[in-house]
Design a protein around this ligand. Structure first.
Ligand code: ZN
Length: 277
């Protein structure tokens, strides 16, 4: 079963996201848990969750990926910034239990010139404060482009965070094709070698989701500018090959490509499905 969808607006609730996903031929979706710049989250409506489950069952939607605001920085130098990240993460994880057994993705953080070692420790400390054995949600750390002082631009940095986490069975990784490409991993020409490196450092059992994006920049650019599938430097064929790879093909794929409306993602999904073997 090929599981693919895109990032959607959560403004009208869970049921509407399932309806939007189904309308464009998707069987999964991603959304921000709150304003991506980190405002207050809307209360979860139990009736909406109920209606969502009903529609999702009809539409064959079993999994989704919630995304933390990208401005959170649990590796910040300022204690107030770290505290804010902790509050949002723990509130989001509590809210995720309304739809149990799903996944929650976050950008690990930026070390802001404190050095990667300090950043790795701060992120692991934060996660150890918000993760608990009782949660049903799996928290995913996203592979980053290595822009500025971002942590997670190398598989090794993610592995070092994960090994410090106490609740080991609730942590995974989301691989973003644009980010790893920008980070210097040549998935267009050396996909097998890149996945071997992932297996050796993090372990393939940790890989739970793929952000499927093309990149506006060459491999190793450390930029993080997403392009539509086939309109960037990675290219259509290489991205379809990612969806076909035996180690990846059963994972959920999420498009975060710049589109004006749902029809853009519907067209991308149709094109990938038509090309994928
Ligand atoms: Zn991403």
């Amino acid at each position: 079963m090929f599981t693919i969808g895109s990032h959607l607006s959560s403004a009208k609730g869970y049921r509407q996201m399932a309806a939007d996903a189904a309308s464009m031929g998707a069987n999964t979706f991603q959304f921000f848990t709150r304003n991506p710049r980190g405002g207050k989250a809307k209360a979860i409506d139990p009736d909406d969750v109920c209606a969502f489950h009903e529609l999702a069952a009809q539409a064959g939607i079993e999994r989704f990926l919630a995304h933390a605001p990208y401005t959170l920085n649990p590796a910040a130098k300022k204690p107030e910034t770290r505290q804010f990240a902790l509050e949002v993460l723990s509130d989001d994880l509590a809210r995720m239990e309304a739809t149990s057994g799903q996944m929650y993705n976050m950008h690990p953080g930026c070390h802001v010139r404190q050095g990667a070692d300090v950043g790795v420790d701060l992120i692991a400390d934060a996660l150890n404060q918000v993760l608990s054995e009782e949660q049903s949600t799996t928290l995913l750390l996203e592979t980053m482009a290595g822009k500025g002082t971002e942590i997670g631009g190398t598989f090794d940095e993610l592995a070092r965070i994960i090994e410090r986490i106490e609740v080991q069975d609730h942590v995974g990784v989301c691989l973003d094709t644009c980010h790893v490409w920008d980070g210097g991993y040549d998935i267009a020409n050396r996909l097998d070698e890149v996945l071997d490196e992932f297996a050796d450092t993090i372990g393939l059992d940790r890989l739970r989701a793929i952000h499927l994006n093309d990149s506006k920049n060459p491999c190793g650019a450390h930029k993080d500018r997403h392009a539509r599938i086939g309109e960037g430097e990675i290219g259509f064929e290489a991205l379809v090959a990612v969806t076909e790879h035996p180690a990846l093909r059963d994972l959920p794929f999420f498009l975060e490509t710049p589109q004006d409306d749902l029809s853009g993602w519907a067209a991308e999904i149709a094109a990938i499905k038509a090309a994928r073997r």
